[in-house]
Design a protein around this ligand. Structure first.
Ligand code: HEC
Length: 112
């Protein structure tokens, strides 16, 4: 019973996060990133399929150094100063575009 409630809480929280994340996306990212189509930057589907939450957040806050680590020769993305809530929300939103089956794997293998 308690486990069920806990699970429901987790689901509600992640839904709320994804909703806020959509707002952050529409406010800051939409001009250059789209959910599934490549725009100026890669699509969220592409990003979600190969990056961890840490990589995504690092890229948002410090693209100048992180874009090189991610393999880009030049950095065209500006840095964003988001609140930690916005950062969590946009990260959850981006990762929600990942195919469900390997969501857990990526979060776990991150500590490399
Ligand atoms: C002015 C255009 C622009 C805006 C606005 C922008 N980006 Fe980007 N983004 C890029 C480009 C271009 C790249 C490719 C790397 C580079 O050139 O720096 C990129 C790369 C990324 C990457 C890494 C891609 C990878 O290889 O995994 C992430 C994550 C990312 N952006 C997230 C965001 C988020 C989240 C926002 C909104 C808060 C945002 N971007 C806003 C242009 C933009």
């Amino acid at each position: 019973m308690n486990k069920k409630i806990a699970l429901i809480m987790v689901i509600i929280t992640s839904m709320a996060l994804a909703q806020n994340g959509k707002q952050v996306f529409e406010t800051y990212c939409w001009g250059c990133h789209h959910q599934s189509a490549v725009a100026f930057g890669p699509s969220f589907m592409q990003i979600a399929s190969k990056r961890s939450a840490e990589e995504i957040q690092a890229m948002i806050t410090d693209p100048e150094s992180i874009s090189k680590i991610l393999g880009y020769k030049r950095n065209a993305m500006p840095a964003f100063r988001l609140t930690s809530q916005e950062l969590e929300a946009i990260t959850a939103y981006i990762l929600s575009f990942k195919p469900k089956s390997d969501v857990i794997q990526t979060t776990e293998k991150k500590a490399k």
